[in-house]
Design a protein around this ligand. Structure first.
Ligand code: PGA
Length: 237
């Protein structure tokens, strides 16, 4: 199966840019495993062009007095299939904790969407050799009372996001295998794990050869349509 490639466009680009962006990406044929997660207000533009769509964040209730939030039921009703949950920026800036992430995963699954659950260690945790401990604890908490095999995980070392620095291939491979083993222990299901954190046109050649990686979560680069197309072509070679 084709590796999954998710464009996490974050809070970037303005209306005009988005129209140009869509024009550019329309110039090639993209399979359904290339998933765009633009800023939420732009999602309908992408839907009109039949791209696979994800939302960068989601709430854990179907409806109600939650100003500014978007529910999985609302997202699913317009054809959004994926939801990024627990991105490190949500955890650090917006103080999301594992309890909320667990509720968001459950609400997303209930609405037949696919949660893309992010996890990763900080630089200090890495330096103190706490990576496996931290990831194990996080997985135990976010997967509490969940047994679905629909979840996709995205291993994103926090220190690699937007920095241009990434772990060695051996480190990535070993951590991804560890995450897969832990998920099997917890929910008895095989899972897909993506890598994210400074994926770019220089490192994609080696990253794509790491067998355990099921795909990529791409941040900064995904806002440049030309570069993003090049990256997709490289992964699909
Ligand atoms: P980056 O972001 O590719 O810019 O490092 C990845 C992410 O935050 O998902």
């Amino acid at each position: 199966m084709n590796k999954i490639i998710i464009a996490n466009m974050k809070m970037n680009l303005y209306d005009n840019d988005i129209h140009n962006y869509i024009k550019e990406i329309n110039s090639i044929t993209l399979d359904k495993n290339v998933i765009f997660c633009p800023t939420s207000i732009y999602i309908p533009y992408f839907l009109h062009h039949d791209f696979s769509l994800g939302i960068q964040n989601i709430y854990c209730e179907d409806s109600g007095a939650f100003t500014g939030e978007i529910s999985p039921r609302q997202a699913a009703s317009i054809g959004i299939k994926y939801a990024i949950i627990g991105h490190s920026e949500r955890r650090s800036i917006f103080k999301e904790n594992t309890k909320l992430i667990n509720l968001k995963i459950k609400a997303t699954l209930k609405n037949d969407m696919i949660p893309v659950v992010c996890l990763g260690e900080t630089k200090i945790e890495k330096d103190c050799q706490l990576t496996k401990y931290v990831l194990k604890k996080y997985l135990q908490e976010v997967l509490k009372d969940i047994s679905s095999d629909k979840i996709i995980f995205a291993y994103e070392p926090i220190w690699a996001i937007g920095t241009g620095v990434i772990p060695s291939n051996e480190e990535i491979s070993s951590t991804i295998s560890f995450i897969k083993q832990e998920v099997i222990k917890l929910i008895n299901k095989k899972t897909k794990v993506l890598y994210g954190g400074s994926v770019n046109l220089e490192n994609i050649n080696t990253l794509k050869n790491i067998k355990s990686i099921d795909g990529f979560l791409v941040g900064g680069l995904s806002n440049n349509p030309e570069k993003f197309i090049k990256l997709v072509k490289e992964v699909r070679k």
